[in-house]
Design a binder for this molecule. Structure first.
Ligand SMILES: [Zn+2]
Length: 253
């Protein structure tokens, strides 16, 4: 329930729904309520006054970057502490927006489109740990700082594989990666497969993208020479090479 409803200043609206959506998502990702940290742990009697303060008049996000008074308590709210660090900074930034400025300013809450865009990006940017096979989210903020990704499961260093960049969308290429319609067109269709990874039977180090769409693609080598990639054929995954999908062009990086 949004703070303005808790204190009786507003009725349910699109903005209060966006608050509830953010709480639900935080619960799903962190298995903890976004406002239940040290302040909740220290309440002896959870009466209506305590609840009003915690969720209405004085809410503090458990990971508020500027107010550490409500951090999760170890041994009591461990889920939040364990899960928070698994996710990329761009997801954390949305939760910070939702539960800092978004607590007091309903118009600044995170929209459903922004959540959708971020989740689609996260799904496309999973790195498979080469040591243990665990899934690790790419974190561009670490990449920008030159900080290595480490595996949450085996603690090993996880190198960033080659990826294909199509407009704003980056797709990390693992052996099991599928290219979906969304990756090419940005339409959020993450079910229609248009490409898959193929491995050269004579040289397992040579990977390609197999055209599983009904359109013909054009492969553009780094030197500019072009070759057709018909349906069912593969294009070699080589840094700086490009694929023209028709409306959009993807580049291997
Ligand atoms: Zn691992």
């Amino acid at each position: 329930m949004a703070p303005e409803i808790v204190v009786g200043k507003a009725k349910p609206s699109r903005n209060t729904d966006l608050y509830s959506l953010a709480v639900l998502l935080f619960y799903m990702f962190m298995l903890n309520h976004p406002l239940e940290g040290k302040l909740e742990a220290s309440i002896r009697c959870m009466d209506v006054f305590a609840m009003n303060k915690l969720y209405g008049t004085d809410p503090v996000f458990v990971f508020d970057p500027n107010d550490k008074s409500n951090r999760p308590v170890r041994g009591y709210q461990d889920n939040a502490l364990i899960y928070w660090d698994l996710y990329p900074q761009k997801l954390k930034d949305l939760f910070v927006q939702a539960f800092t400025v978004g607590l007091s300013t309903p118009a600044k809450r995170v929209t459903e489109n922004k959540w959708l865009e971020t989740f689609a990006n996260m799904m496309s940017e999973i790195i498979i740990c080469p040591n243990c096979g665990a899934e690790v989210f790419l974190d561009e903020s670490k990449e920008a700082l030159g900080v290595a990704h480490t595996c949450w499961n085996c603690q090993g260093v996880v190198p960033i594989p080659v990826s294909i960049q199509i407009e704003k969308r980056r797709i990390i290429i693992n052996q099991s990666t599928k290219l979906y319609m969304h990756h090419i067109t940005g339409d959020y269709d993450m079910e229609t497969v248009v490409g898959s990874i193929s491995i050269n039977p004579n040289n397992p180090k040579l990977w390609g993208i197999k055209n599983e769409s009904t359109e013909n693609w054009t492969y553009i080598k780094a030197d500019g020479t072009q070759a057709p990639v018909a349906t069912g054929r593969s294009a070699a995954i080589v840094k700086d090479a490009k694929i023209n999908f028709g409306q959009y062009i993807g580049e291997f990086k």
